[in-house]
Design a protein around this ligand. Structure first.
Ligand code: SF4
Ligand code: SF4
Length: 149
């Protein structure tokens, strides 16, 4: 029998199935810049104040909007508008007709070690904005754009 992410369309999933697609990479919680001239999207290694930089997860997901009002919930309805999701993001991969990567935690009974070993997590690579001593433009990085199967 196929796993749910292969058997169902995104808008057919239960809330629990939908939430479980998030691999917890933390890349969507990085500050991003858009080039005024080219409109190219750049990731930085500076993250949201609420991100737990040791785990790569939101430190207060249920109440996050109290602290970060513009934090976006990903839904089947708005997914196509979220152009800033990294190529490795499970939601983006499935929306593009790709499968979950071999390192995705759902393929490892929830274990995130393969995802971290594949270099997909922000853990150990980011700082919060309040810790910043440089301009955001000087913190542009390309590793969040990397993906692998
Ligand atoms: S980029 Fe996608 S998979 Fe990674 S934490 Fe954000 S929503 Fe989850
Ligand atoms: S509030 Fe939480 S989920 Fe939203 S961007 Fe910040 S760390 Fe990520």
């Amino acid at each position: 029998m196929k796993p749910f992410w292969q058997a169902k369309q995104l808008d057919e999933m239960t809330q629990d199935e939908w939430e479980s697609l998030c691999d917890g990479c933390g890349k969507c919680c990085l500050n991003k810049l858009i080039d005024d001239d080219t409109e190219a999207l750049h990731f930085t290694n500076v993250c949201c104040e609420l991100l737990d930089t040791d785990s790569g997860r939101c430190s207060n997901y249920p109440a996050r909007r109290k602290f970060v009002p513009d934090c976006v919930s990903i839904t089947p309805e708005n997914l196509s508008t979220l152009f800033y999701l990294p190529p490795s993001c499970a939601y983006r991969r499935l929306a593009e007709g790709r499968d979950l990567a071999a390192w995705h935690p759902l393929r490892h009974h929830g274990d995130r070690s393969a995802m971290i070993a594949a270099g997909m997590s922000v853990v150990g690579r980011v700082e919060r904005e309040s810790q910043l001593s440089m301009e955001l433009e000087d913190r542009i990085v390309t590793w969040p754009l990397r993906d692998c199967d």
